[in-house]
Design a protein around this ligand. Structure first.
Ligand code: ATP
Length: 386
């Protein structure tokens, strides 16, 4: 296979630091690719009036996938204050670069694993292994919102309940997008060995079915989450070998802390998925351990779930593991399963040994020290080698 072309997008804050660390690991793994750097993030908003210049969109169009460090995103008032005068005069409006890419390339599945690597001091409990499937293109993220409600909307029945001075955001949920995200969660579950069975072996008699939990608030948002749940139920019928359950989002937040081992796959709408995945990250050591994949039918972008972490940016102390695990997800998507497994094993070994720990793990080592330790593991023969 020709070398994959990968858009290399450092972005803001710790984005460049964790991406540089990831490159060290990718290179050491023997994976070969053409990495093509691209401009994205806050700096370009301030200088050029957009955090996603057209040249970067063109770059994405001619690459196979993208690796993104992190981008800063701020509320509109702050965005306008920091914009250079010329662009303010031209009426530039801020919109998130990541959201635009997700929509433009129809990256409808956001897959966010939360895995407790043994020995990680931040694990709430050992054994947690949850994958959150977050719908990535609609919900509360369509950008249809008004600071002041347009007068004509008051002609619609039901609007009399909305206070006249309210700002509103539209929550849009379609059956099409709900079916797609539910299928992504169920097909992933169906491809995995049963729980409790040894990996890659036939399921033992005690092994349990995989489980998908659809998370919603249909008792309040009856229309939108009604559509979501109806789609999830229909997909569940196609997968009799996968257990299906439904849970209210508030109960899910509680149960994730109380009994995280009961969860396997979670499928949910955009905003709930965003919130629950930060909660999930905290169960397994924090944002430094939370990778993510934004996947569509023809393109994918891999990024850590964390943001640009301005509080620690430039200090060389960010944990690169979330970014490295995002690259592992990229390798899986590119069909480089062996390399992906090799890197994930190296990450797990370094965490288990506990010799190199970044400050978020209670240690005092830096970003590159962690990456160097993981890269060094790749040089050692794997335990299964003769
Ligand atoms: P942004 O505005 O870009 O979203 P943020 O600080 O609001 O940034 P995050 O970047 O997700 O949001 O950071 C949340 C917290 O987690 C911060 O305290 C940050 O320092 C910490 N954090 C995030 N990523 C990492 C990491 N890779 N290693 C260590 N700490 C991290």
């Amino acid at each position: 296979m020709a070398r994959p072309r990968i858009a290399w997008l450092p972005g803001d804050g710790i984005g460049g630091e964790v991406l540089q660390a990831t490159r060290l690991v990718l290179d050491e793994s023997g994976f070969e690719a053409n990495y093509i750097p691209g401009d994205i993030g806050w700096e370009f908003w301030k200088k050029e009036g957009t955090p996603l210049p057209n040249r970067t969109i063109e770059l994405l169009r001619r690459t196979d996938c993208a690796l993104l460090g992190a981008v800063t995103s701020k509320p509109t008032v702050d965005a306008m204050r920091e914009l250079s005068d010329g662009f303010r005069a031209k009426g530039a409006r801020y919109s998130s670069a990541v959201l635009r890419i997700r929509r433009m390339f129809d990256l409808y599945t956001c897959k966010r694993p939360c895995r407790a690597y043994p020995g990680n001091p931040g694990n709430l409990r050992e054994g947690i292994n949850i994958t959150i499937f977050r719908e990535n293109t609609e919900g509360l993220y369509t950008g249809a919102e008004w600071d002041k409600i347009p007068q004509e909307l008051y002609n619609i029945r039901g609007m009399e309940r909305v206070p006249r001075q309210a700002a509103i955001t539209i929550r849009a949920i379609t059956r099409k997008a709900s079916l797609r995200i539910a299928k992504a969660a169920f097909s992933h579950a169906a491809d995995l060995p049963r729980r409790g069975g040894a990996p890659n072996e036939a399921a033992g008699k005690d092994a349990k079915k995989r489980r998908v939990t659809a998370v919603h608030k249909a008792n309040v948002m009856r229309a939108t989450d009604g559509v979501f749940l109806s789609a999830a139920r229909d997909v569940a019928k196609e997968y009799p070998n996968v257990e299906y359950e439904e849970m209210l989002v508030d109960a899910c937040a509680m149960q994730l802390v109380r009994d995280p081992l009961r969860f396997d796959m979670i499928v949910t709408t955009n905003m709930f998925g965003d919130i629950l995945s930060d909660l999930g990250a905290q169960l397994v050591g924090g944002m430094g351990f939370a990778p993510s994949a934004n996947v569509g039918d023809g393109y994918a972008m891999f990024e850590p779930s964390h943001g640009s972490a301005p509080d620690i940016a430039g200090k060389g102390i960010a944990n690169p593991v979330a970014m490295i695990l995002s690259a592992v997800m990229m390798l899986e998507w590119l069909g480089k399963k062996d390399t992906a497994e090799k890197i994930e094993r190296a990450v797990a070994e370094v965490i288990l040994e506990g010799m190199v720990r970044t400050p978020d793990m209670g240690g005092n080592m830096g970003t590159m020290a962690m990456a160097t330790a993981i890269a060094a593991k790749l040089k050692q023969p794997s335990p299964s080698s003769p």
